[in-house]
Write a protein that binds this ligand. Structure first.
Ligand code: GAR
Length: 214
């Protein structure tokens, strides 16, 4: 039987779309959003995937929202909860309930630039290499065990928008790939906050930037 996942979104849903388009050996049981206006909902519905809104604005506390969200998720009995641009912080109770089953993509090379406006942070810091990270979620925001990362160069004339677009293209490749590994049972928790991906595959080489003139 195929493993079941649910995907949580808050907006555009381009990572969700990349996951749906990848033909992964898993079943997307539902797409859940905390915002009814999230564009990704329509896209998922158009593909016949059940969509649900748990609007955080209707709950008096973060704990009440998280409890309702958790109940909704559990109703689909997923083995993995995939955060794809889900822009809400969780309570420790929620994280504990889904420990080891909650995975996220973050638009920076963690542990650099947690939080919001990661591309602006990267430009301000003057780094030459930036990217994205897929990691399991723990109580400490944007600090859980890292599964995989993808890197891009930061170019001299970059704007926040250009850099964001370059990173996003990597996100759309990296996240489906990680979910494929997960579905194949290749992610091994080694303890101490480290994940190993079983099986051999080559790295695609080094990224050095800027490069010297020819
Ligand atoms: C993505 O860049 C994702 O990495 C980021 O939000 C964007 C969602 O885009 N997530 C976070 O910042 C989480 N802290 P999408 O809705 O088009 O996938």
């Amino acid at each position: 039987m195929r493993a079941r996942i649910v995907i949580l979104i808050s907006g555009r849903g381009s990572n969700m779309a990349a996951i749906l388009a990848a033909g992964l050996p898993l079943q997307v049981a539902a797409v859940i959003s905390n915002l009814p206006e999230a564009d990704g909902l329509e896209l998922a519905a158009a593909q016949g995937i059940p969509t649900v809104v748990v609007d955080h604005r209707l709950y008096p506390t973060r704990a009440a929202f998280d409890a309702a969200l958790a109940e909704t998720i559990e109703g689909y009995a997923p083995q993995l909860v995939v955060l794809a641009g889900f822009m809400r912080l969780f309570t420790a109770e929620f994280v504990a309930r889904f420990r080891g089953r909650l995975i996220n993509i973050h638009p920076s090379l963690l542990p650099s630039f947690p939080g919001l406006h990661t591309h602006r942070q990267a430009l301000a810091a003057g780094v030459r290499i930036h990217g994205c990270t897929v990691h399991f979620v723990t109580e400490q925001v944007d600090h859980g065990p890292i599964v995989a990362q993808a890197a891009v160069p930061v170019l001299a004339d970059d704007t926040e928008a250009l850099l964001a677009a370059r990173v996003l293209r990597c996100e759309h490749v990296l996240y489906p790939r990680v979910l494929q590994w997960w579905a194949e049972g290749r992610l091994e928790d080694q303890g101490g906050g480290r994940i190993r991906v079983r099986g051999s595959f080559r790295s695609s080489g080094s990224l050095m930037t800027p490069e010297p003139d020819a």
